[in-house]
Design a protein. Sequence first.
Length: 231
Amino acid sequence: MGYLYFDYTYFIFMLPCLILSMICSAKVNSTFNKFSQINNRRGLTGAQAAQSVLSAYGVTGVKIEPVSGHLTDHFDPRTNVIRLSESVYNSTSVAAVGVAAHEAGHAVQHAEGYTPNKIRSAVVPLANFGSRLSWILIFVGLLLPVQFNFVVNLGIIFFSFSVIFTLITLPVEFNASKRALQTIENTNMLAGDEYIGAKKTLTAAAMTYVAAAATAVASLLRLLLIFGRRR
């Protein structure tokens, strides 16, 4: 099984993605930290910014709650709750406004029945099931004689569910940021350099999803190549 990790395909497919992921992770943290030091002139908190986005789209019935942790902000469609991290909920920073507005964008997507979001929700069970079972089948299949290649093939099919999930996530995340930035601009929550700071924060965050999608696709291509050599 060693060649599954460190043969030449690892350096072709996975190493560039690993480097990209590290760069994106460092970028999102540095960008968030930078614009967390800049307070918006209107004194809006993250919670108020999220509520402003909801109000702009006429969305009601969504709760906004604080949650522990750093950059743990998310929208939970099961409970219809926006949860904002400690560094966002009560913060008046430019970064906090951008992040909170983005999560409110997800709540708006849910309320409006945004199609890519509905597709992603439908794929979640398959992605979770596939991610748990795929590597077990692949590892077992690689230990078996070539006549049992169907086991590897089945594992790759299951793994592809999680790849599809990461790809569908991209338009959902981009659209949430687009809604957030449009509302921020149209309602004058932020202006000038403040708006640019929020945009840079959300752009950096979006690149982490791009890196995740690239890693998932590269992993799938690498598995297909390794499987092809066993035929």
